[in-house]
Design a protein around this ligand. Sequence first.
Ligand SMILES: [Zn+2]
Length: 181
Amino acid sequence: MPEAAESGCAPQPATARIRCARCGGTPTTAPRGRWWCPSCGSYLILDVDSSGWVSHAELDHRQRMAHNRRVVAVSARLAAAHLPEVRSLLPDGWSAATSQAISGATHTIAISPPVGAVDVSAYLSPPACDGEGGWSVRIHNRTQGVGFPLYTAGGAHAATYSTVLDAAAAAITALRCEIAE
Ligand SMILES: [Zn+2]
């Protein structure tokens, strides 16, 4: 993928205008039309988002961070959009709200039964990408200090649910088991 910025018909920018984003140094030309920063000891590639010339490792890092930000943003949107559906399914006295465990984490829909002897919630995680994967459910029993995902019937894999209502129904069933103990 890094090769993409090097191919095509666009002329290479003049050397004088290229600066290594890390050290500010001027790169030298290298075979196959690439740029080499002697100070950093790395080839440079154009980060089109920032218009900066960075190493392949730095570009990989930036793209991973950008991907993570997109995943978190999608999760926030999906959790907020599907909260009313989840609420429509809740028994009397139960509550649901969007939740983010820590800053930078993906957003979930938290379902909690009425306050009782057992302090337990279920967290519904949206699909990681639009239209791909499914919803997953994690139970957190604070009274017992345990957390676990809901598994498929065979128990080999964490279960995914194609709709938020399926996930909410499974979460409610699991929570009822937790508070009945
Ligand atoms: Zn450099």
